[in-house]
Design a protein around this ligand. Sequence first.
Ligand SMILES: NC(=O)c1ccc[n+]([C@@H]2O[C@H](COP(=O)([O-])OP(=O)(O)OC[C@H]3O[C@@H](n4cnc5c(N)ncnc54)[C@H](OP(=O)(O)O)[C@@H]3O)[C@@H](O)[C@H]2O)c1
Length: 223
Amino acid sequence: MPAPELRLVLAVSLDGRLAPADGGAAQLGGRGDRRALEEALAWADGCLIGARTLRLHGSTCLIHGQDLLAERRRQGRSDQPLALAVSRAGDLDPALPFFQQPLRRWLLRPAGLGPLPSGFERELPLQTWPQVLAALGAAGLQRLVLLGGAEVAGQLLQQRLVDALQLTLCPQLLGGGHAWLPAALRLEPNRWVLEEQRPLGGDELLLRYRRLRAPAPVPVPPL
Ligand SMILES: NC(=O)c1ccc[n+]([C@@H]2O[C@H](COP(=O)([O-])OP(=O)(O)OC[C@H]3O[C@@H](n4cnc5c(N)ncnc54)[C@H](OP(=O)(O)O)[C@@H]3O)[C@@H](O)[C@H]2O)c1
């Protein structure tokens, strides 16, 4: 099985922030962004979510659109993509509303942390990201959405494992330091191709970019 396609989906402020200056749960997107997010979830087999995002928000986004649910059912897929929580500590509070959501949940965490916490159906050992993505591909997940946050997104982007970026530009300036990628991140040169640009209403703009694969090196003719 090939590694899954990975799409990072975020709502960002006009100044590229993911969250308000004092941190906390970002509530950036409006109705149009919500629909774009649900469409991305409807496309996905699984969605990766950083543990800090889960702790701050308490729950994850679900598909509510009846047309999107009907189409997934028609395709013989589950209503919601599999939720893949990413944690080093593996200690998500079982009282989080996340554990009451109508979802299947897997935990991605380092091996050897003890019994699987209740609420999760399965765990995958988090050694390296390429290994995790290969294991998810082998488990039959071919399309993944990454819902952030910045720490998890930064790691996957640094390792060139994100294939597409779906950003909703939201009409606010937030200031502060919570950029959608960690400030300390260092990236190799990279280039993205614009695949879609769509006004979402409410002054929001969806931008979808695909990573341009580095061309094979051109052989240098002998002098
Ligand atoms: N605007 C948006 O669309 C959007 C989307 C998502 C998030 N956000 C915002 O982003 C902020 C949260 O983002 P964040 O960057 O602080 O945190 P994050 O990326 O959501 O989560 C970081 C956590 O993920 C786990 N983790 C990271 N790398 C790991 C690895 N290699 N192996 C195992 N576990 C790993 C660790 O969990 P443990 O602590 O459990 O070890 C770490 O504390 C919040 O303010 C949230 O509102 C906004």
